[in-house]
Design a protein around this ligand. Structure first.
Ligand SMILES: N[C@@H](CCC(=O)N[C@@H](CS)C(=O)NCC(=O)O)C(=O)O
Length: 223
């Protein structure tokens, strides 16, 4: 039996969605973020030394890192569903977007979260203007231009077929769901990029996506 170590409001939601799309049975072990720090509880380190979610266990296998988990489940447990065949022209796009999600899309979105919190978090009053100034400068000169460039690029790429790798949903779309949901929550993605928004609407309407939400519980992207 596959067990998903699932943190509320987190990336592990997309693993549940993938499992629902693949029709695989699974258990969920739940962990709750600390209400103040938003960090995972220390118990998650018993599943994996880094204590981040998602982690899965499957028989003797323990695996962290959502891209690796998505690839493992789709390719080893999914019987070829949601994965383009290796000789198809879509396979390289599948690999590319599977890696792009955490390798390129998430870093500036995570930095935005950290610098937004830095500017508004508690600190001595005399430090506040300096901290806010630094945060504003890093956001405007580095973080926001990178998010915008990524969004423009993804809007152009998805416009070709409506999916990230070929003409139907693949596991790469599932891996890309978290950065695009995070972009809509805090990265400025809105209806001015209609193709990405249409993609979000289509994935959110899928029965498997809805079933995963019911199983996973609370799922609000941090801002
Ligand atoms: N690149 C990793 C990132 C894992 C990660 O940072 N997970 C977040 C949840 S979205 C987490 O566990 N945060 C809680 C913490 O850092 O304590 C992946 O894709 O699995």
């Amino acid at each position: 039996m596959i067990t998903v170590h699932h943190l509320n409001n987190s990336r592990s939601q997309r693993v549940l969605w993938l499992l629902e799309e693949l029709g695989l049975e699974y258990d969920i072990k739940r962990y709750q973020r600390d209400a103040k720090t938003m960090l995972a509880p220390p118990e998650l380190r018993q599943a994996h030394p880094l204590g981040k979610s998602p982690v899965i266990t499957d028989g003797g296998v323990t695996l962290a890192e959502s891209g690796a988990i998505v690839q493992y489940l789709a390719e080893r447990r999914g019987g070829g569903k949601l994965v383009p065949t290796a000789d198809s022209p879509d396979w390289l796009r599948y690999v590319y977007w599977l890696h792009f999600a955490e390798g390129s899309a998430m870093p500036p979105l995570l930095m935005k979260l950290v610098f937004d919190r830095m500017a508004t978090g508690p600190m001595p009053f005399f430090v506040r203007p300096i901290a806010r100034g630094i945060a504003a400068k890093v956001k405007s000169s580095f973080i926001e231009p990178n998010i915008t460039r990524n969004l423009d690029y993804m809007e152009a790429e998805i416009g070709m077929t409506g999916w990230f790798a070929g003409s139907e949903l693949t596991a790469a779309d599932i891996q890309m769901s978290f950065p695009l949901e995070a972009s809509a929550a805090r990265g400025g993605l809105d209806r001015s990029r209609p193709k990405l928004m249409d993609w979000l609407d289509r994935i959110h309407a899928r029965p498997a996506y809805k079933r995963a939400l019911e199983r996973g519980g609370e799922y609000t992207i941090l801002r």
